[in-house]
Write a protein that binds this ligand. Structure first.
Ligand code: AMP
Length: 422
């Protein structure tokens, strides 16, 4: 009769088990890199997002007025909320400040596989440093998190907006023309880009070289094209140093320079990057990030900032696509009374097991042993304790190993030493 709203999903215990596993792996990697967790509200003042992305963003938001007439919006991402919180409360913290988060995001998107209206992001912001080693570490962290989840095939592509801006200057592109062609670069629509550049009176020779430079990973070619633009040359040298560190110190050699990674010029600047999982097809982008400037826009004292956001749901889809074996949910022990008069003992055994940190459950439907064993199997119980009247007279129970079928009779007192994580 009722269905989940379009673009949203329920998660069953089996699915939640996978999500929690993934969350745990990601959180462990964030903390191993010295990051601390932060949480912000699910909704924010609408202005936070329009200040960052312009009024047109409202079309993509779940935006509403509350009963007090405040214009609010469900967050579409977490960078703006985290930077708002930094400006409000954390500016005096020792630098660099390393913050990570998990959070639900909401976008009025066209739902399809890998694209939802409610989805989860895992991400981080690095505040107060833009040294080469800090930037190299940020790239290493994004890559390592995804690798540590168990993903095998991921591609790290690195671009740079300062270099793209220099190239735009060289092509004599006006600001409006730049705005028009950026989405074409972003979506790698190179045929349309060629037509658009012709319309902007860029020479055929320049267009050919530009398209080549956008798709090459050869730094020499890029350097030759930017010529003597001082800013772009400095940025390119920095990029080389960062990538040397990434390869030689962080031991991550699998990256590609791709200037067609642009991520929109609105608040990103300098280095930008994306990580893809080809297994996902159309919606293959797992992670996007780079350096950006939002602090001054939000009224704080400007310090360098960078970060990235990983699509949590897509990471899970990519793992499933690659056939990753998630740990199965399991119950350590299921306790079965042969008849309800055993219930008191059964409950006491179960409770004692629980207090020892052993997951335990007992039959609550008064089923026969056969059916109870079936249920225990469905719950992936590793062991079953059968409490029968005859055994109980001798202060014993039967412990059954569900994998091997082996059974042994043990005294009530010995149950716990027997089952304590053997
Ligand atoms: P963005 O904030 O747009 O850079 O998104 C960061 C990451 O979040 C993307 O690389 C995707 O993996 C994921 N993502 C973005 N939008 C959606 C969506 N509607 N549904 C699921 N994942 C999304």
């Amino acid at each position: 009769m009722f269905q989940v709203p379009r673009g949203t999903r329920d998660f069953t215990p089996e699915e939640m088990q996978k999500r929690r596993y993934l969350e745990h792996t990601m959180a462990t990697t964030f903390t191993s890199f010295g990051y601390g967790e932060i949480q912000t509200p699910t909704f924010e003042n609408q202005e936070l997002f329009t200040a960052k992305s312009g009024e047109s963003i409202i079309n993509e938001l779940y935006a509403f007025n509350d009963k007090g007439g405040r214009a609010l919006a469900l967050r579409p991402e977490l960078t703006a909320p985290v930077i708002r919180c930094y400006v409000e409360r954390l500016q005096m913290e020792p630098k660099p400040l390393k913050l990570y988060y998990f959070g639900n995001c909401y976008r009025y998107d066209r739902p399809q596989k890998g694209r939802y209206r409610e989805f989860q992001q895992a991400g981080c912001e690095l505040i107060g440093t833009d040294t080469h080693e800090a930037t190299a570490e940020l790239l290493a962290l994004a890559y390592t998190i995804l690798k540590n989840t168990g993903l095998k095939d991921i591609h790290l592509n690195i671009g740079n907006l300062t270099i793209i801006s220099a190239i735009f200057r060289k092509l004599h592109l006006l600001k409006d023309d730049q705005k028009m062609i950026l989405p074409l670069i972003d979506k790698s629509q190179f045929d349309d880009l060629q037509i658009a550049l012709r319309d902007c009176n860029v020479s055929e020779e320049m267009i050919t070289t530009f398209l080549d430079v956008l798709q090459t990973s050869d730094i020499t070619k890029i350097r030759a094209f930017i010529g003597d633009d001082a800013e772009a040359n400095t940025e390119l040298s920095s990029l080389e140093t960062i990538l040397d560190l990434l390869r030689d110190a962080f031991h991550i050699p699998d990256y590609v320079i791709k200037l067609s990674i642009v991520r929109g010029l609105d608040y990103y600047k300098g280095l930008v990057f994306e990580i893809d999982a080809p297994a996902l097809g159309a919606e293959k982008q797992l992670c996007g990030g780079g350096s950006y400037d939002l602090i001054s826009l939000f009224g704080g004292t400007a310090v360098p900032t960078s970060g990235f956001a990983i699509g949590f749901d897509r990471t899970l889809l990519a793992l499933e696509e690659e056939g990753f074996q998630f740990p199965t949910p399991k119950l350590d022990v299921f306790v079965i009374p042969v008849n309800p008069t055993m219930n008191n003992t059964v409950i006491q055994i179960t409770q004692k097991l629980r207090s020892l940190g052993i997951s335990a459950d007992f039959d609550q439907l008064r089923r026969g042993i056969g059916k109870s064993l079936k249920y225990a199997d469905a719950k992936h119980a590793e062991k079953v304790i059968i409490v029968g009247p005859k055994e109980l007279e001798n202060n014993t129970v039967t412990i059954r190993n569900m994998k091997t079928g082996a059974q042994e009779v043990v005294t009530l007192n010995d149950i716990y030493t027997k089952l304590q994580k053997s």
